[in-house]
Design a binder for this molecule. Structure first.
Ligand code: NAD
Ligand code: ZN
Length: 250
């Protein structure tokens, strides 16, 4: 057996014996669906770094520019389909009594794969929130008819309903995730670079409370050294081996 195969077998045993699992996913789980991550070259748009665009300051300085970037991201996601990693997690939900799926992604691919209970920490790319009255509109138009879009209720400017760098995630949502980590047996951390808070600290919280943490990411992350099982492969290739009937290892 290769080292990876050994780790897969080990991870599968851990997952199979757990009745309460928390899964945290990041942009990497969608990269095999063709959605660009932030930290890869393909994530760049017109030579802007995401940190220069995904902020309230950038938005208020130039709402049209920021909306053009979101229009481009919506276009990049529009035809994307879930990959075997998303599907394996949707199947896991049916097989584990208690599964909390937390994602930093805003692309909606977990739901499209059939996961019914998804905690979206950073919002959703297909929602527009009014900057004045707060109304949220579901909108799947690509490209958007008008940039920036206007609120259907009050006519004021809309913004993407996502959490930007420098913005707060609702405390109740963070509490819910921390509680789930506290109560779980195993945590899976998939396709996240581990540099964006508070998701970055969540693996740490799991370790501090003695949980088994499994990381799946082709690249090393700042927290890899802390985790129990680290599988340096693509999530679309590994997740189906961990929990679906499509298991090729014995
Ligand atoms: P990130 O872009 O910072 O990191 C992506 C990570 O995924 C990297 O560590 C990379 O090595 C790993 N990765 C790449 N391909 C992989 C694969 N096939 N399997 C497993 N891992 C793979 O993303 P992040 O940590 O999620 O944080 C950045 C922020 O960007 C988040 O807030 C997220 O909401 C946002 N974002 C979301 C999307 C999306 O919705 N799909 C896309 C880009 C960025
Ligand atoms: Zn409004």
């Amino acid at each position: 057996m290769t080292e990876t195969e050994e780790k897969v077998v080990q991870a599968r045993e851990v997952v199979e014996s757990a009745s309460n699992i928390v899964v945290l996913t990041g942009a990497g789980i969608s990269s095999e669906s063709g959605v660009p991550t932030f930290r890869g070259q393909e994530g760049l748009w017109q030579n802007y770094r995401p940190e220069e665009l995904a902020t309230p300051e950038a938005f208020w300085k130039d709402p049209k520019l920021v909306w053009e970037w979101y229009d481009w991201r919506r276009n990049a996601v529009k035809d994307a389909k879930p990959n075997p990693g998303h599907y394996a997690l949707a199947e896991l939900e049916n097989n584990v009594p208690n599964l909390t799926l937390v994602t930093q992604n805003i692309d909606g691919l977990h739901q499209m794969a059939g996961s019914s209970n998804v905690t979206e920490m950073h919002g959703n790319l297909w929602q527009i929130r009014c900057t004045k009255c707060g109304d949220i509109e579901q909108n799947f138009d690509v490209p958007l008819a008008e940039l920036p879009p206007k609120c259907k209720k009050c006519g004021e400017m809309g913004r993407p309903n996502v959490v930007w760098f420098g913005e707060m995630i609702e405390m109740s949502l963070i509490d819910k995730v921390l509680k789930a980590i506290e109560e779980c047996h195993v945590m899976l951390i998939i396709g996240t670079s581990g540099v964006v808070e508070p998701a970055a600290s969540m693996g740490l919280v799991a370790k501090q409370t003695d949980k088994t943490v499994i990381e799946i990411n082709p690249e090393e992350t700042p927290s890899s050294g802390l985790y129990d099982i680290v599988i340096r492969e693509k999530s679309g290739e590994i997740l189906p081996l961990l929990f679906t009937s499509n298991r090729t290892l014995s």
